[in-house]
Every structure is written in C-alpha cells, then in structure tokens.
Write a protein that binds this ligand. Sequence first.
Ligand code: SF4
Length: 332
Amino acid sequence: MSDNGKEALLDIRGMEVHFETRRGIARAVNEVDLTLYKGERFGLVGESGSGKTTLILALLRMIKTPGFIAGGSATFDDGTDLIQLSQADVRQARLARVAMVPQGAMNSLNPVMRIGDQLILTMREHGIEGEREQWLKRVEELLDKVGLKPEAARLYPHELSGGMKQRVCIAQAISLNPQLILADEPTSALDVVVQRQIMQTLRQLQHELGATVLLVGHDMGLMAQFAERVGIMYGGKLVEVGTVHDIFHNPQHPYTQLLISSIPSFETKGEFKGIPGVALSLLDPPSGCLFHPRCPQATERCKAEEPRLAEVAPNQLASCLLHEEDEHAPAS
Ligand code: SF4
C-alpha cells in the first residue's frame, strides 16, 4: 500500500532499453523507476524520442533488434516479472494481463478478416474455449462495450471509419479482461471530436474493468482530461511524476514547467512559447543533467552531476539538482 492509499499493480525498476547503432549505443530508456497502482489512469508524456513508447514496448517484450532490454524489472503484485518471462509465457501474458491499444488501428487489424472473426481468433489464441454461439455472444458484448453495433462483427476493417477501427482495437485489448492496458497515442490519427469520444469510452471501460491504464502521448490537454497521475519523460529518463493537478499547477522540474507554459491558453492570446534548444542526441548525450543545454535554470553543477528522481513534495517526484543538497558546497 502506498502513501496515496492505493495498492501497487506493477513495479518497474531500473528499466534500461538500448539500441545498438554503428555510432554506438543509444539509451532509449534510461534507468526508469515507476510504480503503477491498481485501477489508476496514468499518463506518460514526452516529446518524440523521449522513450515513452519504447518503455511500453519493453513491458510487452516487443523491442525489436537492434534494440534490446539491457536491464531492469517490471514486477506484478503476484511477483511475476514481465522481463524474466519465457517467450511462451509472455505471449500468454499479453492480453490476459497486459494489453495494448496501438497508435495506428489501421495497421493492427487484419484487412482480409471480418471484425468478429478477428476478435474470436484473438481469444482462441489465448486458450479460451467455447462453442460458436458463445463466441458470437462474447463478440457482441465486446462490441457493445466499445459503443459499436453487433452488425460491425460482419464488416471488414476497410468498411469502418478510423474511430470505429480504434474501438475494435480497444475491444480486442479488453477481450481477456487485462489488469493493465497500455494505450500508445490511441487517438493521434483521429479528429478532435472522435478523439474525445474514444477517450471517454476508454475511461468508462477502465472504470468498469477496474484496470490500470498507462496512456502514452504528447497532448497535454488530453492528459489533463484523462489521467489521474502524470509522468514526464526526457531523453529516456523519467524526470517528474505527480498528480495531474500538481503537474499542471505546481510543476517542479524546469522541463515540466516549460511544457506547461508552452500550452496555448486564452490568456496567452495565440502567442506560442516553445522550449528553447533542440532535443538531445541519445548517441551523444550531454554530461550531468541531460536537460542542462536547454534549461533556463542550469548552473555549473548541472553540467557535472546527474540528478536522481526523488520526492520533492508529497506524492510528487522530480529529478533536478535544484531540489538536491549540493554535497560539494562549502559549509556555511
Ligand atoms: Fe535544469 Fe540543473 Fe535541474 Fe537539470 S538539474 S533541470 S539543468 S536546474
């Protein structure tokens, strides 16, 4: 049980994902520690290349060569470490324990198979037995849960709109009642109205199933509406974690502060403020704090010392030297 009164579902410790390139090793996920609680909606935010999608692919053990999991663990409350499972056990754990709602629904559905058959196949592959009648009933239930009519079962993916396809992917993801749903920018290719509807469906299902949802994205507005807690990633590292309220109203890491101030609002009247500098190169990362070349609050110490993620306020973690005592400072 944590300080926030919730029970832990998945404890990620020291997660490391590397990519081997001709120019050296890129640390795409760099010593990430994160605890996800039962039944929570957690949002993981960061610019492209920050490691957020790589982290969830690592949890599903779907990192492809030249990438590999170089270290770390992801342990469920019953002691099962996803990183140590055999390939056969990982296949069973996918969907049954951890399911993914992908970014592009178009690429994850079989174009030559009817929707109903795809849903049945998914469940069969995971060892669920049943008669044809039972399967059809289950498909109908799943489609209903995601707001689709039973007739959708007879359609092929090309006969569905983008939003409907994404709903089918959600139906597939919840078909085995997983404890953890990983959603990778599930609405990025959809228009704003459909985006909101899909997120509402996901939220309602999460509530009904009591599942934990880890939503990955870069749309801070969507995160504010969906998530209860938010984690911010930069350069493969988790740099801040807090409740959605604290992240938006009291951010403690300079990168989060810049992210929040770059959100357009009615007060800023169309003036867009970007984050200075360019995203770092994972092949040639800066010394000390990875954010120091872009940080308006950087000091000489930031070039030499690496900050660690630590509690800076109740239930709020940040990795910034401004919050750490300088061990080398002369005593006053
Ligand atoms: Fe900025 Fe230094 Fe904090 Fe890094 S450690 S975020 S460079 S102030």
